[in-house]
Design a protein around this ligand. Sequence first.
Ligand code: 5GP
Length: 108
Amino acid sequence: MAYDPNNVFARILRGEIPCKKVFENAHALAFHDIRPQAPVHVLVIPKKVIRTHADITPADAALIGHLHVVAAKAAADLGLADGYRVVVNSGDRGGQTVPHLHVHLLGG
Ligand code: 5GP
């Protein structure tokens, strides 16, 4: 399946759709999920186009690690010192609905 350049996270990255931003740098954006499944539900996405977890390559290793660094910082900043879940859904049969790689941070 090709990457849809108009998927909702691509549009958020382009500033066409607003988001409640938690963190942003040159490589990643973290923002609150619009339909939270927990008191804290943040999505961490790469700015690089990666459609799904299955598309990750060895060249992405540092970037994928960085997404987890961002998730850990967001967890600390949002008061999840007691613990949290980190989830990545991949592909149609893995529950992925938005075709731009994202890490769910769930806690509280
Ligand atoms: P997935 O099911 O692909 O793993 O997760 C996609 C997530 O994106 C869902 O939790 C959904 O609530 C969230 N989402 C979908 N559209 C928007 C949006 O426009 N803004 C934000 N902040 N989250 C969205």
